[in-house]
Design a protein around this ligand. Structure first.
Ligand SMILES: Cc1cc2nc3c(=O)[nH]c(=O)nc-3n(C[C@H](O)[C@H](O)[C@H](O)COP(=O)(O)O)c2cc1C
Length: 174
């Protein structure tokens, strides 16, 4: 099982969670990493290159900070541009078929806020449900998500080291 982590963060060098997660992932040389905001600062994605890279991996994990219950816009652009007709779907479009798709998401709010009727209105699983649809359309399998919550809380940050190790384990053993 070859894993690729696609990181979308508009300011990774000033990130706390996603930068730490990236450092941990880098400890496993078998896992590929693409920081798409850094690779494509002008937003122009080299689709052919991304296709060739995706084709080499079995498990694709989208790592990003939760922005407005969604992702930084570059992830949407990546999907719009890279999951093309004839490659990802449509006639002859079978390149994502059989792959696993997951998400790793950092959230400013506490986990307790992500409940139906809570401060964040719904669960994180609800907001990430879009990956269920994407995976089904691409004939891939959604494997769920890994999360870090409460990013503005210094006490929560004390668990980041442990969380990062669990993340690497999840990436490989999920
Ligand atoms: C534009 C923007 C939108 C955000 N939207 C949410 C949100 O909907 N829910 C939430 O829990 N946190 C939200 N946050 C907080 C980020 O998720 C949090 O700062 C990030 O996960 C921290 O990760 P980092 O240290 O890697 O930057 C938002 C932050 C920004 C800048």
């Amino acid at each position: 099982m070859k894993t690729l982590v696609i990181i979308t963060h508009p300011d990774l060098k000033n990130s706390v969670i996603n930068r730490r997660w990236k450092e941990e992932v880098e400890k496993n040389a078998q896992i590929g990493i693409r920081c798409i905001c850094d690779l494509y600062p002008d937003g122009v994605i080299d689709v052919e290159t991304e296709h060739k890279i995706l084709e080499q991996y079995d498990r694709i994990v989208f790592q990003y900070p939760l922005y407005w219950y969604s992702a930084p816009f570059m992830l949407k652009k990546y999907m719009d541009d890279v999951f093309t007709d004839g490659w990802a779907y449509g006639t002859g479009g079978d390149k994502m078929e059989g792959k696993e798709i997951g998400a790793a998401v950092s959230c400013g709010s506490a986990e307790s806020a992500f409940v139906e009727g809570g401060a964040q209105c719904h669960s994180l699983a609800y907001y990430l449900g879009v990956f269920d649809g994407i995976a089904a359309f691409l004939r891939a399998k959604y494997i769920g998500y890994f999360a870090f919550y409460d990013t503005y809380n210094p006490e929560a940050l004390l668990s980041l080291e442990d969380n990062a190790k669990k993340y690497l384990h999840w990436l490989v053993n999920k």
